[in-house]
Design a binder for this molecule. Structure first.
Ligand SMILES: Nc1nc2c(c(=O)[nH]1)N[C@H]1C(S)=C(S)[C@@H](COP(=O)(O)O)O[C@H]1N2
Ligand SMILES: [Mo]
Length: 317
């Protein structure tokens, strides 16, 4: 099966139904012995079945700070689809089915359609990046994420010149996600970035943590990490990517627009209406550990400040 230069096969560049039909046809053809069962994983880099990555590259821009423990990162979570308590996701997310997984791509791009997770991951090389991660609730962690630049993935879909924003959606399945019965947010969980933000090399398409495949509670099998923004922008378990012309809806903005803006850049100078954002508590230091000052853009100002040079960051919080 021939692949074009960006690793997408023509069979995937079709509307959803057509694609699934073709998959059915392909499956029966394989059963009849007509085509080799190469599927899409043959030469790809899908998630390791062992759960551990073997050939991880070290990203040179990683923090030199010691990361939080695997235990801390994977047992104190926000994932409202599995409950609103920090301990709920680790307890409840085992019902999430991450294999098979597919992602549909819609909107202002030339290569829209539905792709299997294997198609999504195949051409990419995974690297470990140690990032600061800060929740809007004023706690933070240092996390060794595993992933690849979001920009590399988005470029494969060939967004057109009308694509000014990218929106992401989480799975929305009540059977797998007990938290969806509660109307705390409008489901599916959705988030968005400007196309410039999405193409920034720090934005990470994330598939692992600590050299292991992401546990469900951290957003398996595919989640975003945008290290210069508050944690809620880092959407989990992504099933759809939409390229749009207008600023897209985001779940937290829909829930409380005064508290959560579209940009949500980490900014110690702009307080949340109900609490200060000037300091944070590093997870693992104990409840009474000294709070540390929060850094502008979560410490990534040198890399990202230019994206906002024309923007009033008080009004555009
Ligand atoms: N789908 C979905 N994505 C989500 C959330 C959520 O509730 N649902 N919570 C967000 C918030 S508020 C934070 S702080 C981070 C937490 O990521 P972690 O659990 O891996 O630390 O995930 C973000 N992504
Ligand atoms: Mo958060």
């Amino acid at each position: 099966m021939s692949k074009n230069h960006n690793g997408l096969k023509p069979s995937e560049i079709t509307p959803e139904e057509v694609f699934f039909n073709r998959r059915e046809i392909l499956r029966s053809a394989v059963a009849l012995g007509l085509v080799p069962a190469v599927a899409t994983t043959a030469h790809g880099a899908p998630l390791p079945p062992s759960g551990e990555f073997t050939a991880l590259q070290n990203w040179p821009g990683s923090l030199s700070e010691a990361p939080n423990s695997y235990e801390e990162i994977t047992s104190y979570n926000n994932y409202y689809e599995f409950g609103t308590g920090k301990g709920d996701p680790v307890r409840n997310a085992h019902t999430l089915e991450t294999d098979p997984w597919s992602v549909s791509v819609t909107g202002e791009a030339d290569k829209t359609g539905t792709y299997t997770l294997e198609d999504i991951l195949a051409p990419h090389t995974f690297e470990e990046r140690i990032y600061r991660f800060r929740c809007v609730e004023a706690w933070s962690m240092i996390v060794p994420w595993v992933g690849f630049p979001l920009a590399d993935l988005l470029a494969r879909f060939e967004p057109n010149s009308e694509a000014r924003y990218v929106q992401f959606f989480t799975l929305n399945d009540r059977r797998q996600m007990p938290g969806l019965r509660s109307p705390v947010l409008e489901w599916p969980y959705r988030e968005g970035l400007t196309i410039e933000e999405a193409m920034h090399p720090l934005a990470l398409m994330t598939v692992g943590v600590y050299g292991k495949v992401l546990p469900n509670q951290n957003g398996a099998p595919l989640r975003l990490i945008v290290p210069w923004k508050y944690g809620f922008k880092s959407i989990k378990s992504i099933v759809r990517i939409h390229f749009g012309r207008r600023q897209p809806q985001t779940s937290w903005n829909m829930a409380a627009a005064r508290e959560y803006g579209f940009y949500s850049n980490v900014n110690p100078n702009v307080d949340h209406p109900r609490w200060s954002q000037a300091t944070e508590r590093r997870l693992g230091g104990g409840l009474f550990a000294a709070r540390i000052p929060t850094l502008m853009f979560n410490g990534y100002a040198e890399e990202v400040a230019h994206l906002y040079s024309d923007l009033d960051l008080v009004r555009n919080y």
